[in-house]
Design a protein. Sequence first.
Length: 367
Amino acid sequence: MRKRTVRGAVALTLALVLAIAVGACGSSANSTSGSGSAGAQALLTDTFSGSHAIKSGVLGFNLSVNPSGSSSIKGPITLSLTGPFQSRGAGKLPLSNLSIDINALGHHGQLGLVSTGSAGYITLKGAAYQLPSAEFEKLASSFTGGAGGSTGGLAKFGIKPLHWLTAPTIVGSDSVAGAPTTHIRAKLNVSALLSDVSTFLGKAAASGATGTAALPTSLSPATRQRIAAEIRNPTVDIWTGATDKTLRKLAVGLTIPVSGSASTLLGGLTSATIQFALQYSQLNQPQSVATPTNVKPFSEFQQQVQGIVGTIEGLGGASGSSGAGTSTSGSAGGANPAGVQKYSQCIQRAGGDVTKMQKCAPLLTSG
């Protein structure tokens, strides 16, 4: 059962990432200008609706959690994902080569997800492991008849940003990865966002993908209301192309207060600031993805997955703890605590900027 869960979780992760990569945004043919709230709303509508395709580029994703007050959980805790993607046409699984980095409590874990369109692979410590054909075929079938590179990708999963972005204003003009953009700031309707998350959970469960059994199938209205009431200072920033009205960057920030028994269990944690950023660079510029070499049986990856799980489970342990596959040197392949800390801080400062994130890697082996 656990092996099936590992395979399914990998397939589900790759499917969701690729859906975001090639379907998160688009633009309509009719753009509207203006500096007031009406102009900002029109820009949001142009950015998150329409039919302009996103065919290729480099995806940059960053999630960071900064805990406050805890004696055992130190931050920042970061997860980053970067890499190229290339659409193969409507209803076909894109090409991609994505690198995932996790840093928590002095531990560092890294693996890659590769799709060649006809096969899927996980890369770890210089080796590649081919995803079983049944799981890959299920992954590929999720794109059949879908948008496959148009603006409908996220809507297919029930995620519709126009539902939870409110009161937008235009901040000014910025450059994102060399592309001229208009910067928009909006308020976040947390209840509406959680409603979309609930819809997504239901669709994930209905898909029948293995690896989703541990996920809830929905968030009840009471649960959504309780979570929304706890969140503090939610902010959303959007950077849309100055001429094509296509999303270049999305950044969300919020703070969650922690009290009572949860705070006690987490070493006196009082709050956690969460920041999320998604960015595209080299948009619609051709990308290439090579088939991995040194391919090994997937069963060997399953034997090593305990090291990755140990790194994630380290979130709840002491920063100095060690175990199979969870030590900093074992997970990072030569990294040291000082380097991991510098890397985490560099990723956080990058704020989702792909170019800046890629320059952080050498810090892992620095003193």
